[in-house]
Design a protein around this ligand. Structure first.
Ligand code: ZN
Length: 89
């Protein structure tokens, strides 16, 4: 399953998409970045990692309706123990 990773900051409730460069939330406490392999990520500062299941997200974007509720997509909270996310908090 290909997924887009994001971080949620419990302090300021900001959500940021991870990238190869370091990203921080609005208050600056939570941070994270992808590793060079583009799959693994390193996070810290109390960041809570989230995942968007890419296929369902892209499908929902493509089928954005004009005037009715959009299609749902799969998003989830990544567990504390995850082999692809290193938490340095
Ligand atoms: Zn924050």
């Amino acid at each position: 399953m290909v997924e887009v990773k994001l971080i949620f900051c419990p302090q300021c409730e900001d959500v940021r998409k991870l990238a190869f460069d370091l990203r921080r939330c609005f208050c600056g406490e939570a941070w994270g970045h992808y590793c060079d392999d583009g799959l693994n990520a390193v996070i810290g500062g109390g960041a809570i990692p989230l995942g968007f299941e890419n296929k369902s997200f892209v499908e929902a974007l493509k089928t954005r309706p004009v005037d009715r509720m959009g299609k749902r997509f799969e998003a989830f909270v990544i567990p504390e123990k995850c082999p692809t996310v290193i938490d340095e908090t």
